[in-house]
Design a protein around this ligand. Structure first.
Ligand code: IFM
Length: 473
């Protein structure tokens, strides 16, 4: 066994038996069947069909065709030995108009998915919202509109009623940072708006939706399910000029705007001050913070890379390397004077720097801030230029990435972090949002012409890890 090396390339490190090893996907990214069996349109249908929004004009119309290949994909999971599968539920498949009538075929699809997982001994982890808002709700104002939070709770209750006897863990939101800021301020994600004020209102209504959905789920589920939310934490490093202020500002917008109300019951004062010129936060009504601040069993942590910031001194062009596709707007309302500095490599094909120490630091930091809160890595993984050659994909870079991040997770656990599991993003190649099909994150390769699945070398490597409960040599 090697351990403790600085490059995080350890092998042989073991994980306890109750540490959950699995993989994750999201509805719009894999399902396809965008207009079948009563599914209504989502904001991603509209956005992806709008020229110029997604690379190559790609859409999720077919995606990885998971909707039609459910049994085959369940067998792939079983063969890999997954202990858990994190999927998301498409709201417009359940409620095509975002409110009112329930689409029985939509419920049936997820019911078959959950049953198929349980029959194969795989724990179902269901996310209610991974960005596919029903288009009629966006037409009524979207997440900046308070009513959307209440519609979300109604949808949560419907799904909880239907699947609440079988789902092991419920996750309310996936990465509300992306929904709010990339969707409503940067214009890089659906619905493609560029308004800082809308983004901050969306932050609050997503937080409120989280609290209301937890209440709704808790009132209907009939098993002893766990409840969680997944956040994409920003691990922020200081650049040079005015770094303390830059780090504080971005930490407030990216991290504490969510952990504040969810886990502490208040928005941070500095966030409110930093954004005062954009909004007076009058959308926070009496009682909202109590609703949002519910106990959760697991805090889901998504981690890919680090971010380096400093204040812009105005002398040369502002650097904006914040890791997201540039759509002209900024995802940082009120902090437009913060620069995002290019990170040292190596990089994945997203241009994101590979920094396993960032994951260890993040887990330690969360444990320091919220010592009683169990954590789970609900996404970690990497996109690389994979090639299918003679029926195999030798994705050594992905194996190296995963090895280094599993090592980081192990080190954090050794240092006292209560980490309950690790879900690799992603089970299979899929629609990578504004990048369309140009980025492959899967441990299973999808041929987008034939839709054939091929387990990559990283999939075999991960399977060995799950079986042996050790990082393979
Ligand atoms: O593909 C996404 C996923 O939908 C949310 N987290 C980050 C992944 C990679 O960009």
């Amino acid at each position: 066994m090697t351990s403790g090396s600085d490059d995080y390339r350890d092998a042989g490190l073991g994980f306890p038996h109750d540490f959950v090893l699995g993989s994750a996907t999201a509805s719009y990214q894999i399902e396809g069947a965008w207009d079948e069996d009563g599914r209504g349109p989502s904001i991603w249908d509209t956005f992806s069909k709008t020229p110029g929004r997604v690379v190559n004009g790609d859409t999720g119309d077919v995606a990885s065709d998971h909707y039609h290949r459910l049994d085959e994909d369940l067998d792939v999971m079983k063969n890999l030995g997954l202990e858990a599968y994190r999927f998301s539920i498409s709201w417009p498949r359940i409620q095509p108009s975002g409110k009112g009538p329930i689409n029985a075929a939509g419920i049936d699809f997820y019911s078959r998915l959950v049953d198929g997982l349980l029959a194969r001994g795989i724990r179902p982890i269901a996310t209610l919202y991974h960005w596919d808002l029903p288009q009629p709700l966006e037409d009524a104002g979207g997440w900046p509109n308070r009513d959307t939070a209440f519609r979300f709770a109604e949808y949560a209750a419907i799904v909880g009623e239907a699947l609440g006897d079988r789902v092991h863990t419920w996750t309310t939101l996936n990465e509300p940072w992306c929904s709010a800021y990339l969707g409503y301020a940067a214009g890089a994600h659906a619905p493609g708006r560029s308004s800082g004020a809308d983004a901050l209102a969306a932050v609050h209504h997503l937080n409120l939706g989280h609290g209301l959905a937890l209440q709704a789920l808790r009132s209907v589920v009939s098993n002893n399910a766990q409840f969680s939310v997944t956040l994409n934490f920003h691990v922020i490093r200081p650049g040079s000029i005015g770094s303390d202020e830059a780090v504080r500002r971005i930490d407030a917008l990216a991290n504490r705007a969510f952990t504040g109300p969810m886990l502490r019951g208040a928005y941070p004062d500095d966030l409110i001050d930093d954004t005062r010129k954009i909004t007076d936060w009058s959308f926070v009504l009496p009682g909202d913070l109590e609703t949002i601040n519910q106990p959760i069993d697991i805090l889901g942590v998504n981690y890919y890379s680090t971010t380096t910031v400093q204040m812009w001194d105005g002398r040369k062009a502002r650097q904006t390397a914040d890791g997201h596709k540039d759509a002209g707007g900024t995802p940082w309302p009120g902090s437009e004077m913060v620069e995002f500095i290019q990170q040292p490599g190596p990089y994945t094909s997203m241009g994101w720097n590979i920094a396993p120490e960032g994951l260890e630091d993040l887990l330690l930091d969360l444990h320091r801030q919220f010592p009683a809160q169990p954590l789970m890595i609900t996404e970690n993984g990497a996109a690389f230029e994979d090639e299918l050659v003679e029926g195999a994909v030798h994705d050594v870079k992905r194996i190296d990435y995963l090895r280094r991040h599993f090592t980081a997770a192990h080190r954090a656990m050794q240092r006292g972090v209560d980490l309950r599991g690790y879900l690799v993003w992603s089970l299979m190649d899929n629609f990578e949002w504004a990048y369309g099909y140009t980025k492959r994150f899967g441990i299973v390769y999808v041929d987008y012409t034939t839709l054939k699945r091929t387990v990559k070398d990283s999939g075999h490597w991960f399977s060995e890890l799950v079986q042996s409960r050790r990082i393979p040599e």
